[in-house]
Design a protein around this ligand. Structure first.
Ligand code: GDD
Ligand code: MN
Length: 354
């Protein structure tokens, strides 16, 4: 087997037949397999199974009931199953033209690289398939942000957010990948210094169905960046920092409405505690959820801890205001910072303990 083609799919039934046909045509008499890394909730698996039975080359279906880590998680599981050393990852909606695969293979055959990236952002490529101006601006801005955070590792890569690339499985420590959400190439490139080559390609429009990109994917991506660059604590800090700002804004608003500052701090804290838990659950500790029991139990632990913390924090704040004469919102801010460090330790070691 010369190549394993890994296609992540989420409800892409109407695209499967056309994709397999064009892959078969583009690959000619090369020896290859296609692995669908599928998280669909509709009849896509049945469509893939039927197409596999008819295909003139091996087509395998990896269907996950629990879509751990989304698109990226599916791709990594696909790589684990791959029979070939070289794995090509491409979308299932024909935005990545199968006719370009031979050019990626030819580049890899020159023998001096670990990854060949199909890029929208070098001469000869284009990103016209990005549905609208907003998507295309977001894509360019996040590419710049990402490159500035990994200036060395992404030096040779103009399009770290592409989902179309060829990778030498043996050059990557697959078990060390912590995929979350959409950007699996970024995860691969940011972990270790790889030798990257690029070939241009033209990002087409979707064949059928609609995109699964969303604000939630965007948030996951920002968390992924923070985690890759600064580790989990910084992602936690980002969430905690945002929570602290919201907490202070609510408190300020309530004081403006005439609520006593202690009561205002209590109400603001309860609301922030619940919001924070949800962000930790779905962003910062998303990769540890599967191994740490029930969400309900984690919520109770987190809620209890934060309340005990808040109960202690409020008298401390009171002392700071009444005896040290620090303004109330500043005192609240200082105690929030101290509480934050304790909270990280507790969540990492207790709430999300395997
Ligand atoms: N297994 C699995 N699980 N596949 C998924 C999931 C998921 O949770 N979410 C999306 N997919 C599949 C889709 O079915 C499709 O084949 C592919 O991943 C890309 O998803 P789209 O919904 O088409 O997203 P897009 O077109 O907005 O994003 C593409 O462009 C980005 C660059 O702008 C993808 O190629 C991204 O990887 C790429 O970064
Ligand atoms: Mn797409």
């Amino acid at each position: 087997m010369d190549l394993s083609i890994i296609v992540p799919t989420f409800n892409e039934g109407p695209n499967v037949g056309e994709l397999l046909r064009r892959i078969g045509e583009a690959m000619g008499d090369r020896r290859f397999e296609v692995i669908f890394a599928d998280d669909s909730t509709d009849d896509t698996p049945a469509i893939i199974a039927a197409a596999a039975a008819k295909a003139p080359y091996p087509v395998r279906l990896l269907h996950r009931e629990e879509a751990t880590a989304g698109l990226g998680g599916a791709v990594v599981e696909g790589v684990h199953l791959a029979a070939a050393r070289w794995c090509l990852v491409m979308d299932g909606d024909l935005q990545h033209p199968p006719e370009d695969i031979p050019r990626l293979l030819d580049r890899a055959a020159q023998g001096d690289v670990d990854v060949v990236v199909a890029s929208r952002y070098i001469a000869g490529g284009d990103s016209n398939g990005l549905a609208d101006a907003t998507r295309s601006t977001v894509s360019r801005a996040s590419t710049l942000l990402t490159k500035s955070m990994f200036p060395r590792k992404l030096h040779g890569c103009s399009d770290p957010m592409t989902g179309f690339f060829l990778v030498d499985r043996e050059a990557v420590d697959v078990d060390a990948l912590r995929p979350r959400g959409f950007k699996i190439l970024l995860e691969i490139l940011a972990r270790r210094q790889l030798r990257v080559a690029e070939v241009p390609f033209q990002f087409a429009s979707r064949h059928a169905g609609e995109s699964k990109a969303s604000i939630r994917q965007g948030l996951r991506f920002l968390t992924q960046l923070a985690m890759l660059r600064f580790g989990r604590m910084s992602a936690f800090a980002l969430v905690g920092g945002a929570g602290a700002v919201v907490n202070l804004v609510i408190m300020w608003g309530l004081i403006r409405l005439g609520v006593d500052y202690v009561v205002a701090a209590i109400i603001a804290s309860e609301l922030t505690i619940i919001g924070n838990f949800l962000l930790l659950e779905f962003l910062v500790f998303a990769d540890m959820r599967a191994e740490s029991g029930r969400m309900w139990h984690r919520f109770l632990k987190s809620f209890a801890f934060n309340n005990v913390e808040a109960i202690i924090r409020i008298p401390v704040m009171w002392v700071l205001v009444e005896s040290a004469h620090i303004p109330s919102v500043l005192a609240a801010g200082l105690t929030l910072i101290a509480a934050f460090v304790l909270r990280f330790v507790f969540h990492a070691l207790v709430v999300y303990a395997p």
